[in-house]
Design a protein around this ligand. Sequence first.
Ligand SMILES: NC(=O)c1ccc[n+]([C@@H]2O[C@H](COP(=O)([O-])OP(=O)(O)OC[C@H]3O[C@@H](n4cnc5c(N)ncnc54)[C@H](O)[C@@H]3O)[C@@H](O)[C@H]2O)c1
Length: 275
Amino acid sequence: MSRLQDKVVLITGAGRGIGRACALRAAQEGADLILTDIGGAKDFVPYQLSSSDQLEVTAEQCRAYGASVLTQLADVGSMDDVTALVEAGLQRFGRIDTLVNNAGIGAPAGKATHLYTSEEWEVLMGVNLSGPWRLIKAVAPVMIEQQHGSMVNIASTAGLLGYKHFAGYVASKHGVVGLTKSAALDYASYNIRVNAICPGPVYDDERLDGHMTKVVADALGIRLGDQESIDLASVAMNTVVSPMDVAEAMLWLASDGSHRVTGTTVTVDAGYAAK
Ligand SMILES: NC(=O)c1ccc[n+]([C@@H]2O[C@H](COP(=O)([O-])OP(=O)(O)OC[C@H]3O[C@@H](n4cnc5c(N)ncnc54)[C@H](O)[C@@H]3O)[C@@H](O)[C@H]2O)c1
């Protein structure tokens, strides 16, 4: 029995990495998909975000599993883009069963808290924290009308712990954990569940165009290999997490198997935060 058969899943940041892993895993389990990414650059983000071609690669791979897929570019920093995305998704599928708030940026970073510019701080909050809020704002009325739904916010162990020289990212991800808890209370009576996943260090899986470990290494001004060694040394299980491990947790939170789980965080970190 496919765990997301006849469900419609909306995933942000689906062009690569964890977002692509979530899309593939949902497609394997029978879901139809609304996939979105920015498809271009964003001011003050010092590395390349996903292209529209990368989003189409994700979509094609999902169609190969039999999924119906709508792709639409949207900047989660824009309420107009998010509203248009949800309207297009509803026009195509008529409902949204699961929202996966995955889009996020790992930099600007790599400096002490007072050295961020106002613009750098605002872009981190605008994408990582206000982005998920914009999606919730657009999708919650749909799920209230349906009287069911599951929202899954991809936070981070940076939503639970501090990381030196990453104050903007850490503050935004702590915000996502708080947003998750309050939204869970707001929507529990409508049979809508809201949970967060806190991945620890995730390796850059080339098959998924993974990118984030390199972003972190670049922000700290160290070699990718050195960052990978630091990540490996910091986890209890002596192995870092794969994007598919995160997708597996997403699948559980999206599916009926977790029907009594809301307002919580699922930590997928190979023991990183246990210390
Ligand atoms: N990789 C890790 O080690 C790790 C660990 C913990 C949490 N996370 C979180 O997981 C999520 C996915 O990260 P990833 O590792 O796959 O990184 P990634 O950079 O490969 O993927 C993030 C995606 O979000 C998209 N995006 C960024 N800004 C956007 C915007 N304004 N509008 C729309 N899309 C936007 C990017 O284009 C990209 O496709 C992020 O929220 C990240 O913070 C990652």
